[in-house]
Design a protein around this ligand. Structure first.
Ligand code: DSN
Length: 426
């Protein structure tokens, strides 16, 4: 649809940078597990005139005129989200994951109330109670962690919940390679009278594809970003059961009222105008995620991650939890005598993008932790399968075995380029 000719003329500086980023992505291997490559249809919606429109409110109840078209767009996105994940209610307006989670806190609890989430440094997320984040400053945050074997310590979490009586328990995380057992969190939340927020951002595409349990229908409320395994644009969705009252009334905090509380928390609570171009792109991604091809894609993500895990285990890498059941691998590099920062840099020089990451009980600091995190969603979107994972696993091993050898890293980069060129981003 768009060859960016206007952009090239108006702002060659930005044009060149966009072209350079497209080349960087095409010529290398994007293995940050929270990243993906969207379809051209999604990109076209993101670059559309819908971005011009103000539409504070919800379909049929807007504070602006001229919303008859964007109302339809938002209704389609809401309906597709509900159908895909089996929810009664969907709010597709959160600008991204952090505001989505903030909206849930804002809706369901008060400042100073106690919240419990997985420690960021054990694989959680900053909005799950990190002391420096809103979730750990406005609220009293108690953090649970992982056992020595890397699995989430549900028993510790249960004990902490009984002791601290949180008002909100958050499940989910950003660097956990195993299945989230949503019903266990819900049972503990019910026992202590807390709300349960399941943040399925990392695994939403796997849930849509039927290869990870769905928290919808189990957890009181579910959030997800739309740009990770779900392969949509940057954005987020909040899902719940029940229906919102229309017009949105002030209601008491109860499970039945969660849809109304969520909608009020987004607007007028924490956000202004919806990003209509983003909503349209989310709708498209949800349509794509409902296809049989997407199911095949989601399965392949996991097969690819497991294949990569096998190769790395064979070369003596220590995988936190011993392997993966999802799209990501968390690798503890302590036994290799290199740090996460060194590994991220060496792999970067070799054209393989990953991110340094803490591992549970990390003796090192977050800016130079013991681990790296990598995943397969973006590679799988390019059509790569088991054979490519075997090649990539060997390249990763070689690069990490030679982190100070510029020549070897440059040679690996050439091999990466050759492989990448066979799988262009479509
Ligand atoms: N920053 C995301 C990730 O990389 O997992 C989480 O929001």
């Amino acid at each position: 649809m768009n060859n960016n000719s206007n952009l090239k003329q108006t702002d060659p500086e930005i044009y060149k940078l966009i072209q350079a980023e497209v080349a960087r992505q095409n010529d290398g291997l994007e293995m940050i597990p929270s990243e993906n490559h969207t379809s051209q249809a999604v990109l076209e919606a993101l670059g559309s005139r819908l971005t011009d429109k103000y539409s504070e409110g919800y379909p049929g109840q807007r504070y602006y005129g001229g919303c008859e078209i964007v109302d339809q767009v938002e209704n389609i996105a809401r309906d597709r989200a509900k159908k895909l994940f089996g929810a009664d209610h969907a709010n597709v307006q959160p600008h991204s994951g952090c505001p989505a989670n903030f909206a849930v806190y804002f809706a369901l609890i008060d400042p100073c109330d106690t919240v419990m989430g997985l420690n960021l440094f054990h694989g959680g997320h900053m909005t799950h109670g990190l002391k420096l984040n809103f979730s750990g400053t406005i609220y009293n945050s108690i953090q649970y962690g992982c056992r020595e074997d890397g699995f989430i310590d549900i028993n510790e979490m249960h004990k902490l919940a009984l002791e601290h009586k949180p008002k909100l328990i958050v499940s989910g995380g950003s660097a956990y390679a195993q299945i989230y057992e949503w019903e266990k969190y819900q049972a503990i939340a019910d026992e202590v009278g807390a709300f349960h927020l399941a943040d399925m951002s990392h695994v939403a595409g796997l849930v849509a594809g039927g290869v990870h349990p769905n928290p919808v229908g189990i957890a009181d409320v579910v959030t997800t970003t739309t740009h990770k395994t779900l392969r949509g644009p940057r954005g987020a969705i909040i899902l719940a059961n029940g229906n919102a009252s229309t017009p949105l009334k002030k209601v008491e905090r109860s499970k039945e009222n969660i849809p109304t509380l969520i909608d009020r928390a987004i607007i007028p609570g924490i956000q202004g105008g919806p990003h209509n171009h983003q909503t349209a792109a989310i709708a498209i991604a949800l349509k794509e995620a409902a296809t049989p091809e997407f199911k095949t894609y989601a399965k392949q993500i996991v097969v690819n991650a497991k294949t990569l895990a096998e190769v790395l285990l064979k070369h003596g890498f220590e995988l936190v939890t011993g392997g993966t059941e999802t799209h990501l691998l968390l690798i503890n590099l302590n036994n290799k005598s290199i740090t996460g920062k060194q590994a991220e840099k060496a792999l970067g020089q070799a054209g393989i993008t990953v991110n340094k990451n803490t591992v549970p009980h990390d003796p090192r600091k977050p800016f130079d932790p013991s681990g790296i995190r990598m995943g397969t969603p973006a590679l799988t979107s390019r059509g790569m399968k088991k054979n490519e994972m075997k090649i990539i696993g060997e390249l990763i091993f070689k690069a990490l075995d030679n982190i100070d050898d510029e020549k070897i890293l440059t040679d690996i980069k050439s091999e990466v380029l050759e492989l990448a060129k066979q799988f262009p981003i479509k």
